[in-house]
Design a protein around this ligand. Structure first.
Ligand SMILES: *Cc1c(COP(=O)(O)O)cnc(C)c1O
Length: 579
């Protein structure tokens, strides 16, 4: 019998030589081909897989994802179901193999926890308008990255004066057709419109973004995907920076983060990693007084330092400036000829709560402290929150939540004809198992259980801090041990590669007082134990645990590559904890 002749390419090189080596993994056992893999090889591969993942899970401490999962008993059945929540979570749709009823229960839970009005309602034909204050949201298929992109997308379109309107052409066509005595079917049609900036206010629909230098790269990605302009891109080189160095900057701020015009690339944060409110205020004011609306992203649990921006404090300081320049509320004219307009805010406040939005409400319940950094919908001006499901809670795959209020969504006109299935989510197909995972977890825990879990991780952070401080003393070395208030992350000098691999430690370069330093951090999630911390300390006591960090000069390429090209967004290579 002739060999089958498939039209495929052969490998140009042996991929086993080209790809990174993974300890305990023989890549040859994983290579796929046109033939079924022999059972023996499959067993070898599966065994290596299991051993590798189990060992890495056992010692995992460097990233903020809880490894203590308990879903197998309730949910393993559904690995053999394709459950798809395509479309809006509050519209059933025709793809009935979905878990939208579970999704709604999970969203309601978080709406209550984040002090939003619930349940979600969309009843444009009802005489009372309270439904406009209810929440809207969905469970994202990516992690918090999707929630951030979605929030900033909504922010951009809202502030840019975009509208959805009925297309009048359709009615006109039908009218003309009917003049001949014919019946014409009229399919209503919706069109996106963009309001036009008046001549005396050319920046009215150009939102400018503000976010701190501790912000996760998903926000930078969102800027690029959505083509949103940052304050640095718009202001630097155009007018003087409203911040004077060093008076307007937090202590310890490194000039490394300034550009050649003396502008910060991102909003400065303090040593703890919190957005520096006096600088944010001055920067925001410089753009508001030039007529630009503003988008501010706050971090609630920064990626590397685990710091919480003082969201309520910052917003309460910005609100008077918004009022002063007419941006607290403003008229957005979408049809000047017919005097049709809308009252909208001239700001959008988004909270990236990837980590903190999941557990800080429980820490607040435990602490009952007056100076707790509030981040949720108790802040009247807050427009959106995003959270990861796989970080503090823990899930077998990335998932998360996006939440806003109905009144901030770009919705079709108040016309009951359009309560169809709106294309309101980012993804098309949406993971229907993620709601199950979150529901399974939430239904098995009381608030008190969750308070106990938060206290466990908080105490663990205190224990790790104590052990690291003892280690410093014992070794007689400054290991740069640092900890931001209420954070679950502890950062210290980066140890050698075998230790960082063993514990999956996230590494970062930070500039402190103009000095370049390589740090790593550990994250105190529920799956971490005191014994694991003890093991790490033992490893860190070894004589070769910490290598010298020579103060090497970086070889910059000094020649200007594109002198005429417009400078774009700053893309951070480090400081964000994603390596
Ligand atoms: C992890 C993280 C994100 C992105 O979340 P994913 O779930 O990984 O998409 C966004 N912001 C912060 C602060 C994070 O720590």
């Amino acid at each position: 019998m002739a060999e089958p002749n498939y039209q495929v390419t052969a490998a140009a090189k042996d991929p086993g030589d080209v790809y990174p080596k993974v300890p305990g993994i023989d890549y040859n056992d994983f290579k796929l081909s046109s033939e079924r893999m022999p059972q023996e090889q499959r067993n070898r591969a599966l065994e290596q897989l299991y051993r590798y993942e189990s060992v890495q899970k056992e010692n995992f401490m460097g990233y903020q994802s809880n490894q203590k999962l308990d879903f197998k008993d309730d949910l393993s059945t559904y690995l053999n179901y394709h459950i798809n929540n395509i479309g809006d979570p509050f519209v059933s749709g025709n793809d009935t193999l979905n878990t939208k009823f579970v999704e709604r229960a999970v969203l309601d839970y978080f709406a209550a926890l984040w002090n939003a009005q619930w349940p979600h309602e969309y009843t444009p034909d009802s005489p009372d308008k309270t439904w406009r204050d209810s929440y809207w949201g969905y469970i994202v298929s990516m992690g918090c990255t999707e929630g951030n992109i979605y929030g900033l997308w909504n922010a951009r379109d809202y502030l840019a004066g975009k509208f959805i309107l009925e297309d009048p052409d359709v009615w006109e066509k039908a009218r003309l057709a009917s003049l001949n005595g014919r019946r014409a079917a009229v399919e209503p049609r919706l069109i996106y419109y963009q309001a036009k900036a008046p001549e005396d206010a050319p920046n009215k629909y150009t939102p400018i973004a503000f976010y701190s230098q501790d912000t996760h790269y998903s926000i930078i990605k969102a800027m690029r995907v959505l083509d949103i302009v940052t304050f640095n891109e718009e202001g630097s080189g155009k007018f003087d920076c409203p911040l004077i160095y060093p008076d307007d900057y937090p202590p310890g701020y490194s000039v490394h983060y300034l550009d050649k015009n003396g502008w910060p690339l991102e909003v400065p944060s303090d040593q703890d990693g919190c957005i520096y409110i006096p600088a944010l205020k001055k920067l925001a004011e410089a753009f508001l007084k030039r007529g630009y609306p503003i988008i501010v992203n706050f971090n609630y649990g920064t990626t590397f330092k685990g710091a919480y921006d003082n969201v309520a404090g910052a917003i309460s300081e910005i609100v008077p400036i918004l009022k002063q320049y007419g941006f607290y509320e403003r008229e957005v004219e979408y049809d000047p000829a017919h005097k049709k307009s809308d009252i909208r805010t001239g700001f959008w406040f988004h909270v990236d709560g990837a980590l903190g939005a999941a557990y800080m409400p429980f820490l607040e319940m435990a602490e009952k402290s007056k100076d707790f950094p509030v981040f949720d919908f108790r802040i009247k001006e807050l427009q959106s929150i995003a959270m990861s499901g796989h970080k503090w809670i823990g899930a077998p795959w990335p998932c998360g939540i996006y939440m806003t209020k109905v009144k901030y969504q770009l919705l079709p006109p108040d016309n009951p004809m359009y309560i169809g299935s709106p294309d309101s989510t980012f993804a098309g197909s949406r993971n229907g198992l993620s709601p199950l995972v979150l529901w399974d977890y939430l239904s098995k825990h009381s608030y008190q259980d969750l308070i106990n879990k938060v206290m466990y991780t908080k105490n663990l952070a205190e224990y790790a801090l104590k052990r690291l401080k003892e280690l410093e003393k014992h070794l007689g070395k400054d290991l740069w041990v640092e900890y931001s208030p209420r954070s679950l992350a502890l950062r210290f000098k980066q140890p050698n590669a075998s230790i960082t691999f063993k514990y999956s430690l996230s590494e970062e370069i930070l500039y402190v007082n103009n000095e370049k330093r390589a740090y790593c951090h550990i994250y105190m999630m529920e799956s971490v134990t005191p014994k694991l911390i003890d093991d790490l300390i033992t490893d860190l006591e070894a004589p070769d645990a910490f290598l010298d960090q020579p103060d090497e000069e970086i070889a910059y390429r000094k020649e200007i590559v594109a002198p005429d090209a417009k400078r774009g967004i700053f893309i951070p290579q480090n400081g964000r904890g994603f390596k």
